[in-house]
Design a protein around this ligand. Structure first.
Ligand code: ADP
Length: 405
């Protein structure tokens, strides 16, 4: 069974075709710079890479290009588009209405549209992808897989902000949290690796990629997460600030004569590791600079680790303990020095890292804590395309079962 996974952004479309039984990515690709003079089409089919410049006027052209390339007689992987059984669409914001991945119908589309005001950069292009693909691939289920859904189990005490309650009532101003599919998957995978039932574990998952978020997963349910109303809150990220004193916004507006939009641009695109280091948003570049004595680069990495550590302490307190800490995504999976720094000094919580294992997680099935460490520490690679495909299948199966009963 083949499932097409689509992540439709404002000027790019990422896609994968997944063989769900074999858990294999048959094709992975991206169409970038949609609507510009030269758009870029990149695709990897079982290790073979293709890249070419094309003219893609709009998302419809882009999605047609993707479908055509999948069934290209020489380079494609399917003979006919009827081989695609379902489509999983990544949707950033499902607000409070969706607690799980959901088969899309007109009502679902309306609800996603309703949340566009909360995710103006993401939900509208997500919807464009859904609308066009439902036309191009009719007769098969399309499923919305939400970044926010996993966090809908958070209690009020975690999701309400201490601001006038009416803003929650009137506008839905609350913590939503993101990266839900990743937090859910890696926490389940960690339980499997440890041979334990997730319903008896307190797990802290650290998704550290370009965007970073930490989640407290208590017996399989998200009970708190560091990203909030938007993905700007929480730990520092590649270019996002994470938590800051909100008064800084007014102060900078005054002293630098900036508009609110300009400040948000700075907080989203020029802050975090990039803003601190002045080198890059990429940890690999920052590490190189730090190793050659660049203080700002060094402190940027220190601050990332320090703030992740603070969240780990907070979430251990929230859950009344912690059994496992899981690292995932670009930084979490690859930067052993960041994992070391984060775990340093957490002995009091029962965390002891084994440095040899930390440098070669794959050889240890991802378990990088010492044998006698009470808290297990794991590296679990996140495969968002595969997870979205699995969620898609799960939603379709559930919907069929509901129809039968
Ligand atoms: P996204 O959030 O866009 O999916 P990823 O999870 O792929 O991003 O993470 C990208 C980031 O991971 C890069 O910007 C870089 O900071 C970091 N990264 C990727 N590979 C490595 C590596 N080998 N060593 C250290 N950091 C890495």
């Amino acid at each position: 069974m083949k499932i097409l996974v689509i992540n439709c952004g404002s000027s790019s479309i990422k896609y994968s075709l997944i063989d769900i039984e074999r858990e294999e990515t048959l094709v992975q690709g991206i169409v970038e710079k949609i609507g510009e003079e030269h758009s870029i089409f990149r695709q990897r089919v079982q290790g073979r890479k293709v890249e070419r410049r094309v003219k893609v006027r709009n998302h419809k052209d882009g999605l047609r290009l993707i479908l055509d390339s999948l069934k290209n007689p020489s380079k494609g992987v399917i003979r006919d588009q009827s081989e695609i059984s379902a489509v999983g669409h990544r949707v950033v914001h499902g607000g409070s209405d969706f607690v799980e991945s959901t088969v899309i119908d007109d009502k679902v589309i309306e609800t996603i549209r309703k949340y566009s005001s909360l995710a103006p950069l993401h939900n509208p292009p997500n919807l464009t992808g859904i609308t066009i693909l439902r036309e191009l691939l009719p007769g098969i289920p399309h499923v919305a897989v939400f970044d926010t859904a996993f966090h809908q189990t958070m209690p009020e005490v975690a999701y309400l902000y201490p601001i006038p309650y009416e803003y929650y009532e009137k506008y839905g101003v609350r913590r939503y949290g993101f990266h839900g599919v990743s937090h859910r998957y890696v926490s389940q995978r960690a339980a499997e690796i440890l041979g334990r039932d997730i319903r008896e574990l307190k797990i802290i998952t650290c998704h550290l990629g370009n965007g970073c978020s930490i989640t407290a997963v208590d017996r399989g349910r998200s009970v708190d997460t560091s990203m909030g109303f938007t993905p700007l809150e929480g730990v520092p990220m590649g270019t996002r600030s994470g938590d800051i004193d909100p008064s800084i916004i007014q102060f900078l507006a005054d002293v630098e004569n900036l508009t609110l939009n300009e400040i948000y641009e700075i907080l989203n695109k020029r802050s975090g590791l990039l803003g601190l280091s002045g080198v890059s948003n990429d940890v690999r570049e920052i590490k190189k600079a730090a190793d050659s004595g660049d203080h700002r680069a060094e402190i940027a990495l220190e601050i990332l680790a320090y703030r992740v550590k603070k969240y780990i302490g907070a979430y251990a307190a929230v859950m009344g303990g912690v059994d496992a800490i899981v690292f995932t995504a670009g930084i979490g999976e690859n930067a052993h020095y960041i994992r070391s720094k984060i775990c340093e000094g957490l002995g009091f919580l029962g965390v002891t890292l084994d440095e040899d294992r930390n440098r070669n997680p794959a050889e240890w099935n991802g378990v990088i804590s010492a044998e006698n460490s009470r808290v297990k520490v794991l590296v679990v690679p996140t495969r968002e395309d595969l997870i979205i495909a699995k969620e898609t299948l799960e939603a379709v199966t559930k919907a069929e079962e509901r129809r039968k009963t």
